[in-house]
Design a protein around this ligand. Structure first.
Ligand code: PLP
Length: 255
């Protein structure tokens, strides 16, 4: 019987199928791990924007996590949109009760269209309680400046490292340069850059796809650097073959 490493993935449901848990399931499967999907919030959204987001009941989530814990070994965890500060508290308790494993945290705050996916309480709780437990966080440019409270990406990343976060992969997909620079900041080494050719425009769910692909690599025991490299080339392929699903942003093709 075949055995695959598992990734416990908590994120929101995007009914357009571009971002959130669907992106995670598809990317993790494509990169050779088995996703354990737990939905944190249900959104009203299309390929243009998020219009509402409702958190799933915390007690239901607790029971889902406890039930999985009794049965399945988790090899990595990926966190996306988390729904509420109460869900962060629940996750912190859960992580304490779990054997340690790699944790990729995509600190989702807003959709590309501007719709909110996290309130201030959730952002503060995530920064204080989850960042120190993450293997790496994967903010895009706007998220990094909010989280580090600085427009300068280097200073913002340093502030997060000083606050206890072990590694920050700052993704450059939201800029205008012809090359995308993804930069990994860690405490004890110089920043490491990856430069990728930019396909014009924004792709709905590309951040989720990258973080999920990265978590699959870590579940397969790749080094952080190798997992980032493999995740990036996977994401580039999904963007080169992007789908026109609706009237808004194209969706990375993860099939
Ligand atoms: N997670 C959920 C549930 C979403 O609805 C979205 C959508 O905007 C995101 C994450 C972020 O998507 P992206 O990968 O485009 O940053």
């Amino acid at each position: 019987m075949q055995k695959l490493p598992t990734v416990l993935v908590l994120s929101g449901l995007d009914p357009s199928g571009g971002a959130g848990i669907q992106a995670d399931i598809q990317a993790i499967t494509a990169l050779g791990a088995h996703p354990l999907p737990v939905v944190t919030c249900l959104t009203v959204q299309d390929t243009r924007n998020v219009y509402d987001s409702v958190a799933v009941d915390t007690d239901l989530l607790r029971r889902q996590l406890m039930c999985l814990r009794e049965d399945i070994q988790v090899d990595a965890i990926k966190l996306g949109a988390l729904g509420s500060a109460a869900i962060v508290d629940l996750l912190v308790d859960f992580l304490r009760s779990q054997p340690p494993c790699p944790l990729v945290l995509d600190p989702v705050i807003k959709a590309a269209g501007g719709g909110e996916l996290a309130d201030n309480a959730l952002v503060a709780r995530m920064r204080q309680k989850l960042f120190p437990r993450a293997t790496v966080i994967t903010p895009n440019g706007p998220e990094l400046s909010i989280l580090g409270d600085d427009e300068d990406p280097q200073r913002a990343a340093m502030k997060l490292l000083d606050g206890g976060c072990p590694a920050v992969l700052a993704t450059g997909g939201h800029g205008e340069d012809p090359l995308i620079t993804n930069r990994l900041y860690t405490r004890n080494a110089a920043p490491k850059d990856w430069k990728l050719k930019r396909n014009g425009g924004e792709y709905h769910g590309s951040g989720c796809t990258l973080a999920a692909a990265l978590s699959a690599g870590l579940a397969r025991r790749q080094s952080l650097s190798d997992a980032i490299e493999n995740a990036q080339s996977y994401v580039s392929g999904t963007i080169n073959r992007a789908l026109r699903v609706g009237r808004g942003q194209p969706v990375p093709y993860r099939g």
